[in-house]
Structures are given as structure tokens and as C-alpha cells.
Design a protein around this ligand. Structure first.
Ligand SMILES: [Zn+2]
Ligand SMILES: [Zn+2]
Length: 141
């Protein structure tokens, strides 16, 4: 797998992507989306959806997993916010890749017949497990 150094915004394909939105829909794992936006396109997206864009701090933080300088971040929402207790989920390139791969593996094949609350709990457990796995793989346990 060859990773480009700089990931470009998926919308304009011009600016460097700094916002990573990963949305896992509790009852519909197959609907998980993972998209990278530049700040401008992210704002436009939120505005189009009638939402206030989460303003990302101008300083990019350290990678949530390995502590190296992060490349991209996204707001933590729902169960992810409960688990990580941080407003933003910062990731460096390699950790982002690992996280995406593991999360997809975990989500694949999970049954959908759960109540909203059960699904939320399961999603929370899953996120926490994937976070631990990424940390282990980058040697920060
Ligand atoms: Zn853009
Ligand atoms: Zn990292």
C-alpha cells in the first residue's frame, strides 16, 4: 500500500485535507463513511446540512495513538466522544490508515437487529477495542 504524503480534500482535490470525518452508523455498519475534507469544504458541507461547523483548533494536536504530530483530525461525536473524552480525534498518517482498516474489519458482518441503545453500546465497545488495537500496533500501551 502506497500512501501519498499529503492527502487532498476529496471535494475540491486541491487543498490539503485536515478534517477527517468518520461516521459509523450504529445499526448500519455498511453505511460507515470515512471522508477527508479541507477546512473550507468541511465548512461548506456543514453549512449545506444546516449545521454549525465544529471549529477545529488552528494548532493540530498530537496523534491520539502514537503521540507523533498528527496530520488530520475530526470532531469526536456520540460514543467516540464518550470513550476518548477529547473533543478531537487527531491522527497521524499511519495511525489513520490502521484505524480505518481495523474499524472496517470490526464493522463487517455485525448484525443489525439491535435497539438503538444496544447498537450505541456495541459501537462504543467496538471503537474502544479498535483504539486499543491501534495503540498496541504502534507500541503505545
Ligand atoms: Zn476542499
Ligand atoms: Zn500515530
Amino acid at each position: 500500500m502506497v500512501q501519498p504524503e499529503v492527502e487532498l480534500c476529496e471535494v475540491c482535490q486541491k487543498a490539503q485535507a485536515t478534517v477527517h470525518l468518520c461516521q459509523a452508523v450504529a445499526n448500519h455498519p455498511q453505511k460507515m463513511t470515512s471522508q477527508d475534507y479541507c477546512e473550507e469544504c468541511y465548512r461548506q458541507r456543514e453549512a449545506a446540512a444546516g449545521r454549525e461547523a465544529e471549529i477545529l483548533p488552528t494548532e493540530i494536536g498530537a496523534c491520539y495513538y502514537c503521540g507523533n504530530p498528527a496530520k488530520i483530525g475530526g470532531p469526536n461525536t456520540g460514543p467516540a466522544l464518550k470513550i476518548r473524552k477529547q473533543k478531537y480525534h487527531w491522527k497521524c498518517g499511519p495511525c489513520l490508515q490502521l484505524y480505518g482498516t481495523l474499524l472496517k474489519m470490526e464493522l463487517t458482518g455485525k448484525a443489525a437487529d439491535l435497539s438503538e441503545a444496544e447498537a450505541e453500546n456495541r459501537l462504543a465497545a467496538l471503537i474502544s477495542r479498535v483504539d486499543d488495537q491501534v495503540r498496541q500496533m504502534v507500541g503505545k500501551t
